[in-house]
Design a protein around this ligand. Structure first.
Ligand code: NDP
Length: 344
């Protein structure tokens, strides 16, 4: 199958790329810079020379015509759109988060509708951020599922950096569903979204450095660098997680392998996690790092009791995808092993 994967240098996308090539698909992936293009091509010399892998530069996804050329790759069948900002280092949330997320999503859908008639399915990487609602995080009567929508609006983007990020994901996903449901846009493809909560898991060595670690693995880097020694920080609001290899597999299943995924939001989730559970996994598996890790007595980072946190139900997704979600211990251990490898 011929697949267009946007943001191929990303934490999640690097795993999607690896799994697609392992399954002998033909991939065109986009990145922002020549430097990242070169790193990806170097990592897959065989596929680069056989034409199974092409890397295209799309410098700014916030331009409405950003994807007009790359979608013309002959015979494209599936598009996986993962590129979207996920960081909190912005000063202007509208310009740096909302625009690349929302314009980037509509730009690629419009370009496909106009110029890529062979595309049958588009998968957009959305998020639990588009499912949850900040007001209900502590409410045990709330059950977040594939049917839930974050009520956040553009007017909320100055509330906090996290709220701005959640708005970018919610508005981008809404824009995607609106696009395919409006017949005047002429889409001949259907849509599926992948909505993961916090994603942990190994980083691919050819793209990553400890200094520029992806946002969701940053807490594990902090823990192994000794920043949790005195006190384990709060787990935050997400409280549920999934392994990056499962998220990558979900994109491929939804895009290429499971026709019934069309029209669905897929809530890919392994289960609950807390920073104190991550600390326990680290202590058990990396005794050689004991001097940097929190001890059994170190306080903080506990999961709130069941009565003080939201409920969730992703059984429809688990059933449709048939994925046995990787567990927290394996995920955290494999993450740390990958971090040690890039540090070495
Ligand atoms: P990364 O930061 O590793 O990847 C983000 C990707 O988007 C990179 O390829 C990045 O390019 C690209 N990108 C970001 N901003 C821009 C921009 N302004 N213009 C062009 N490209 C841009 O994060 P993840 O892999 O974790 O995120 C991938 C997707 O998954 C995102 O859509 C994110 O919202 C979503 N997601 C992630 C979760 C997580 O916990 N990790 C949870 C739920 C959803 P570059 O490499 O050049 O920076």
């Amino acid at each position: 199958t011929k697949v267009l994967l946007t943001g191929g240098s990303g934490f999640i996308a690097a795993h999607i790329l690896e799994q697609l090539l392992a399954k002998n698909h033909t991939v065109v992936t986009t990145v922002r810079s020549e430097d990242k293009a070169a790193k990806i091509l170097e990592a897959y010399p065989e596929q680069a020379s056989s034409g199974a892998l092409t890397v295209a530069i799309v410098p700014d996804i916030a331009k409405p015509d950003a994807f007009d050329e790359v979608v013309k790759f002959p015979g494209l069948e599936v598009v996986l759109h993962t590129a979207s900002p996920f960081h909190f280092k912005f000063t202007d949330p509208k310009k740096e988060l909302i625009d690349p997320a929302v314009i980037g999503t509509t730009a690629i859908l419009r370009a496909i509708a106009r110029s890529a008639p062979s595309v049958r399915r588009v998968v957009v990487t959305s998020s639990f951020a588009a499912i949850m609602s900040e007001a209900s995080i502590g409410d045990s009567n709330t059950v977040f599922s594939e049917a839930s929508w974050n009520p956040v609006t553009i007017n909320d983007i100055h509330n906090s950096p996290a709220t701005a990020y959640r708005a970018s994901k919610t508005l981008a996903e809404k824009a995607a569903w609106d696009f395919v449901s409006d017949p005047s846009n002429g889409a001949k493809f259907d849509l599926a979204t992948i909505n993961p909560p916090m994603v942990f898991g190994p980083v691919v060595h050819y793209l990553s450095t400890l200094e520029s670690i992806n946002t969701s693995n940053a807490r594990i880097v902090d823990a192994i660098k000794g920043k949790w020694r005195e006190e384990i920080p709060s787990t935050g609001q997400a409280l549920i997680w999934v392994d990056v290899r499962d998220v990558a597999a979900a994109h491929i299943k939804a895009g290429l392998e499971i026709p019934e995924a069309g029209g669905k939001r897929l809530f890919t989730t392994s289960g609950w996690f807390s920073n104190s559970e991550i600390a326990a996994v680290l202590r058990k598996n990396f005794p050689e790092d004991a001097d940097k890790l929190p001890t059994e007595e170190t306080k903080g980072g506990e999961l709130p009791p069941a009565g003080d946190r939201f409920g969730y139900d992703n059984s429809k997704t688990t059933e449709l995808l048939g994925i046995q979600w990787i567990g927290l211990e394996k995920s955290v251990v494999d993450t740390v092993k990958s971090l040690k490898k890039i540090e070495a």
